[in-house]
Every structure is written in structure tokens, then in C-alpha cells.
Write a protein that binds this ligand. Sequence first.
Ligand code: CUA
Length: 342
Amino acid sequence: MLFSLLIAPAAAEAALPPSNPGTPPMSDSPWSLLPAASANAEALDTLYIFFWILCGIAFVGMIGVQAYFMWKYKKPAEGHAKTSPLTHNGKLEFIWSAIPTFFFVILFAWGEIEFMKQATPPPDAMDVRVTGQKWSWTIEYPEVKGCSLTNDLYVPVGVPMRLTMTSLDVIHSFYLPAFRLKKDVVPGRYTVLWFEATKPGLYPLMCTEYCGDEHSSMVGRVHVVAQEEYDAVLAKACELKQGETEPLEDFGARVVTRGGCASCHTTDGTVKTGPSFKGLFGRTETLSDGTTVTVDENYIRESILEPNAKIVSGFSPQMPSFAGRFDDKQIAALIAYIKAQK
Ligand code: CUA
């Protein structure tokens, strides 16, 4: 629904690029397993398949014996079946208890070993910060100064990565199906996930905790790239500067994409969590305290840096601050972009 709203029929004004192109498909066929792109995923798949085969054998064994007994001990056509004089069989009971117990212990030990591996990030892991907010993921790379991406996680093959995650508002859940990882992202505390990617490719990233009406658009992409390309790819992804010949409002459109603004703001007049950018500039708005404000450069700038300072009546204070994420040039471009949405 989000996308159908965003991809409005070719409007005269510059259409807002979708803030989020969505996730790559999970797999080619509904019957195949999810792509496995980390050591953890491969290990868990092996455990899962072992468990699955075990269940299959147990199921066939139990249902098979049941079916056989139904046939063997069915009511005879004539007369009455005699009740067996046997009350129990100690040897048999021991066997049917010991064999499953043996396999349960194997499953426990195997699962525990994998769990412990997953719970302890290696000390040399590369750090990435993840912040969930309604309704996007901010991903920051401490080693690239000022790099803050929205919904795009870049990962080199063969390097352990540690994600330190928190939320600005409600509980979200960070889910990387191709790595078989999922963890809650909670306001006021840090949670940690780690993985080591094994296969280059593009994989889905999702929120799996219902966090509000745009929960389903809180999706992104994991770009796993070869180690030698990583620095260049990340630097390119992080760069957010106006091109030499690029008009300011076009640069502003890229800033909008980077900020994930379209999760809440449309350009076609549809009001979502925030006001639509269409016709916004120059309008006089009434605030919740009854005073009015004209939407000019100063008001937009303030709303980006301190979103809760002046809330227009009818809206709730839901926007996170972009102070420290957008610099003055990027904010100027954003203003130019909003001005252009007539
Ligand atoms: Cu965040 Cu659902």
C-alpha cells in the first residue's frame, strides 16, 4: 500500500523517490529454505534438518505401530477378543524411554552449543550501531565518520560484525532471515547481535514486532560484499553530497531517501503520520496550542532538528530528531525539495 501511494501517476512535479525500495525476495520458490548467508545460518539449518528428520522418523514409527495394532487387534467378526494377561513389559518401556531421551539430550547439547556461539560475539568483531524508530532503521558505521544510512546494512564477507541496537520509541525487532537472527530492539537499553556473512548478495532485513501502522514498511536490505570491495562500496553508500551539476532540489530528494522521510511524508497530498510535503511550503498552520505558524525555511529547519518543538494540531509528536544526522547543506537541500512540492 505504501508503494502504491508513493508511486503516484506520473505527476508534473518531481515524484518522491520511494524511501524504501523494500526487501529482496526471501527465496525463489515457496518450498525452498531461506537463503543461508552466514556460518550461523548453515549451522542452524543442519540442526533444523536433523530435528526435522528425527520428528519424521518418530511420526512414522508411532503412527505405523498404531495402524498395525488397529489392524492386529481389531474386533473379531465373531466372539469376543480376550484381554491380554500381560500388564506391562519392563524391557520395552525402558527402550521407548531411553531412545527418545538420548535424542533429546543430543538436541539440547547441540542447540546449547550453537546458542552459546551466537550469544558471544568474537572480540575482534566490527561494530555497527542500529537504531529502530517508527518506521525505519538507522544504521551507523563508527569507522566512517558521519555515516548514517537508512534501511541499508553493508557487510563484508568473512568479517564478524557486532550490531549494537536500540530504539528511539517502541519495541521493534531486528530480523535477518538469511542469517537466522532476530532480536528485540528496545528503548532505553542496548541489545547485541553478531554474525559473519559467508556469501555475497542482497538479503532481506525486517522488523518483526508490530510497532504501529507502518510496521510492514520497516524493511531494508543487507548488502553482503567481498572484503576487498567493502571500503569503497560503503564509502560510496555513505556519501551524501550535492553533485557538481545536480540541482539543489534533486539533491534534496536524495536526502529524503537517505532519511527515510517517505515512511511518514508523502508528496501527493495524502496525510500519513506526518503532513504531506505537497503544498506545504508557505502554508499557515495552527499548532495544538491555538497559535499559528507559517511554514517557512526556519520552521522546516526547526522541525527537522527539533521535531517536537511546534506540533501542528491534529498530528502527534512521533518524528525523531535529525540533529547530527543531516548537516546544514543537506537541510538546505531538503528545504529546497519541500519548496518544490507545490
Ligand atoms: Cu518496527 Cu515493526
